[in-house]
Ligand binder design. Sequence first.
Ligand SMILES: [Mg+2]
Length: 262
Amino acid sequence: MSSDSAPESTLPYPPIHKDKKFVVLSDWDGTITTRDSNDYLTDELGFGREQRRVLNFKILAGETTFRDSFREMLESVVANGHGFEECKEELRKNIKLDPGFKEFYRYCQTTDIPVVIISSGMDPLIRAVLSNLIGDEDAAKIEIVSNEVKIHPDGKWDIQYRHPSSGFGHDKSQAILPYRALPSPPTIFFFGDGVSDMSAARHADVLFVKQKGDGENDLAAYCKAEGIPHILFEDFGRALGVVRRVVDGQLTVKEALALGKA
Ligand SMILES: [Mg+2]
């Protein structure tokens, strides 16, 4: 990564898409899926929702880092004796896709817009759930920039952060900034929902923030507090309407953001 302040990455990046007019970067958990898989593990197999929300609010308030509290959440799952394979199975059974994502993904494929998943989750869990939801063929094609897992000989496991020196664990801005440095940068659409997306929020051209029925709209709260322009969306079907109009030249980026809601 080129920026002076960029944290060192312990994991490789896929090559950036140099000659595209538009690129979609999206969070995975709670954005492409209807429920966050790591929240699911923490709530159902770890120390539970109440304690998780206390940590989420501390992150929003700047009292702790995403990196440290997310590790704590996952440690509570391991402490309760749940192996990584068991967690994977549990997620394959319970995590569902945003109802509009398949159509959105199909649109991006036919219009030559790369879709890259930018996640603070762990790659093997994302692949397992993705294969289950959109099929092995499409799942194998989607690029994922995420964290990893370390599984120990005794069956215990922990998260391996992409950027261990960053309080974000995975600083998602590092997936956006190389595009900014291109001679003719593409328009970047970023999709997110939660505290793991705070590092990306101010760097996208068009930021879509998911609005969910469970009341956990932490990224929306953050953007509101920080005055970061964004478009609220309920599902990818709604977001597609706006993306299509920008791609077709009916809306400028500024006009799209001014909509406020998809
Ligand atoms: Mg999320």
